[in-house]
Write a protein that binds this ligand. Structure first.
Ligand SMILES: [Zn+2]
Length: 287
């Protein structure tokens, strides 16, 4: 199967770890967009399929409105950015240039989803951010010598193995600290990570959830210059709550990114599903 469906199970597992209310507020990183906002007005041909999708979500997600670690929650807790850990689950060497190229591609691809929330500079349904910067704060490897740079621009975690793969410190991870307490993170809260880009040698397909996105290291590296790294884009959709469509298709739409194998970029229908998630969750942020 093109993309393995594990996100829902992971979301459910993660929900059990959720404790307390939202993370402690951090200093604002961005000026919110002006209060002008785009009203909800999907194209008439998408009204029915969007309604079907949301009713399906409501009837199949076990903790839809109680879960507090969607990508939306992470962006809002940070006030407008996402921090990453790269889990380099490979023995292939990484130069400083490749490290920076991976960061650039990550930013470029992520922006495709974030830009969906704006129309002519106005946020849909009170979406407050003009941009959502992506910061890579850490790299996790088995062997330090795999990473061929000596500067200290990112924190490096060596041989901290979880799920049989290198991982940045749990004390710094949002998945493990959903109360927002990063006081035990060596680099402090500023070096916490919200999501992991987990790149595994020899892996086909991908997986995504509130913890981040996983796919083949060769696939990601070989597609750094691709306009759409479509497996990554699909998995980010899961990070923000979007579902798979393996066993049904909404009325009147055939081909879109979240229906794996039918599109290789974010389509108008994907964009409206994404906005619909925000529309249904934004009240938890007082918006
Ligand atoms: Zn999927």
């Amino acid at each position: 199967m093109f993309v393995r469906r594990i996100s829902v199970a992971l979301l459910a597992a993660a929900a059990a770890l959720t404790v307390g209310a939202g993370p402690a507020a951090a200093a604002p990183d961005q000026t919110p967009a002006p209060p002008t906002t785009r009203a909800w007005n999907p194209p008439s041909n998408l009204v029915q399929p969007l309604d079907e999708v949301w009713r399906h979500v409501e009837s199949t997600y076990g903790n839809l409105y109680g879960f507090r670690n969607y990508g939306w929650d992470q962006v809002m807790a940070n006030r407008g950015y996402i921090n990453y850990c790269v889990r380099w689950d490979s023995s292939a060497p990484v130069t400083a240039a490749l490290r920076d190229h991976i960061h650039a591609a990550l930013s470029h691809q992520y922006a495709k989803w974030m830009n969906v929330m704006l129309e002519n500079g106005q946020g849909w349904e009170n979406w407050p951010y003009q941009t959502v910067p992506i910061r890579v704060v850490g790299w996790a490897v088995r062997d330090r010598s795999t990473l061929q740079w000596t500067d200290n621009s990112v924190d490096i975690y060596v041989n901290d193995i979880n799920e049989n793969a290198p991982q940045c410190a749990r004390e710094c991870g949002r998945f493990f600290n959903q109360n927002g307490d990063y006081s035990r993170c060596p680099g402090g809260a500023s070096r916490h990570y919200d999501q992991s880009l987990w790149l595994t040698a020899g892996m086909g397909g991908g997986a995504g959830g509130d913890w981040g996105q996983r796919m083949g290291s060769e696939y990601f590296v070989n597609n750094l210059n691709s306009e759409n790294i479509h497996i990554f884009l699909h998995e980010v959709g899961h990070t923000f709550g979007l579902d798979d469509f393996y066993d049904w298709t909404p009325t009147g739409v055939c081909c879109f990114l979240m229906k794996a194998g039918t599109a290789s970029q974010i389509t108008e229908f994907d964009a409206w599903m994404f906005r619909d998630w925000w529309r249904h969750l934004k009240s938890r942020y007082g918006l």
